[in-house]
Design a binder for this molecule. Structure first.
Ligand code: GH3
Ligand code: MG
Ligand code: MG
Ligand code: MG
Length: 322
């Protein structure tokens, strides 16, 4: 026996017919509802879950076809299968009318118990299968939603630097490739800032690794805060080195942003004693700017920022160099 009960509504204006139909269908794993006219039938249909309707055609007031027509006009009832019960002979015109209303079957009076039972059984089975499929579909949809959420989280995690929350090297490679290609198409400028914390070994040795980690987080945060355009992106390449990508930005613009970052870090006033250049944590920044073409290697562009960083360090740190 199935877990799904099927509700059948029997509509007939003749009380004796209702009783005999109920008796025939008893014991078929059905919940039987009944109505003796079209109005009552529609009331029940709107209030309760009904899976099949056994519908007498000849009734005073609203006849079976009219009930069916109203059912088809209502979203809640329009898909419920109907078995018409009719004394009318199998005149094609009537059958055709019924099918146009979405009727699914006909029973002719006098009704054969066996035919009634077997026809109802077919619809019960169909109803149960539909319910099983619906339930499985729901469960699958739920699983898919869960998986999509996991996928989203994973995609985020593999792109983020765990310590600072900015992009990691993997994400940087992706973003850089994309923005570089985009800038080639738009004939614009592209700039990058290679940022390295000055004397960070001294900071770690003096205050410990935990304080070092805190410092890295603070520097990452202040870089993020300084960037204004949504296309400006920062990534931690490793250690105490960050890269900032500035699409559609020329060297003047890049220099301005680099200096702003440099000053903002200095203004954090994170003490780094025992250093001759400054008694606070500072950064040096190498700037690379270019109007990218297909002939320029991405690597050259990054190398150029690296060289700028090297010169900024050599010139005394806490400075930027284009
Ligand atoms: P310079 O001014 O020339 O850049 O010198 P520096 O001391 O900053 O550079 P160096 O490369 O000699 O030292 C980098 C130090 O950064 C080494 C290590 O102690 C520290 N470091 C690298 N990664 C991490 C990290 O994830 N957490 C912490 N706390 N420290 C790190
Ligand atoms: Mg009747
Ligand atoms: Mg350093
Ligand atoms: Mg370094």
């Amino acid at each position: 026996m199935s877990n799904y009960s099927t509700n059948i509504l029997i509509v007939d204006d003749t009380k004796a017919n209702l009783i005999s139909l109920e008796a025939i269908l008893e014991g078929e794993n059905l919940k039987i509802l009944s109505a003796s006219n079209g109005n009552d039938a529609l009331k029940i249909l709107l209030k309760q879950k009904v899976d099949i309707v056994l519908l007498d055609v000849q009734m005073p007031g609203m006849n079976g076809f009219e009930v069916a027509e109203l059912m088809r006009a209502n979203n809640k009832t329009k898909d419920i299968p109907i078995i018409f019960i009719t004394a009318i002979n199998k005149e094609e015109e009537y059958i055709f009318k019924g099918y146009e209303l979405g009727a699914v079957d006909y029973l002719y009076k006098p009704i054969s118990n066996e035919i009634l039972k077997s026809k109802v059984k077919v619809f019960v089975k169909l109803n149960e299968q539909t319910k099983i499929i619906e339930e499985k579909t729901r469960a699958l949809e739920e699983k898919i939603t869960q998986l999509e959420m996991v996928e989203k989280k994973l995609n985020h995690l593999i792109r983020i630097d765990e310590l600072t929350g900015v992009f990691n090297r993997r994400a940087f490679e992706e973003i850089f490739k994309l923005e570089w290609a985009r800038t080639i198409r738009s004939n614009g400028f592209f700039s990058a800032l290679m940022i390295d914390i000055d004397n960070f070994k001294n900071f770690n040795d003096t205050y410990g690794h935990l304080k070092g980690d805190e410092c890295l987080k603070d520097v990452a945060k202040i870089i993020e805060k300084t960037l204004r355009r949504i296309t400006d992106q920062v990534a931690r390449l490793g250690g105490e080195e960050f890269i900032v990508l500035l699409p559609e930005t020329d060297s003047d613009g890049a220099k301005l942003i680099a200096e702003e970052i440099r000053k903002n870090v200095e203004n954090l006033k994170i003490v780094n004693e025992g250093v001759d250049t400054s008694k606070f944590v500072t950064v040096s920044i190498g700037i690379s700017s270019v109007a990218p073409t297909r002939d320029i290697e991405k690597k050259e562009f990054i190398d150029c920022a690296d060289k700028g960083l090297y010169i900024a360090k050599k010139n005394g740190k806490n400075r930027s160099y284009v």
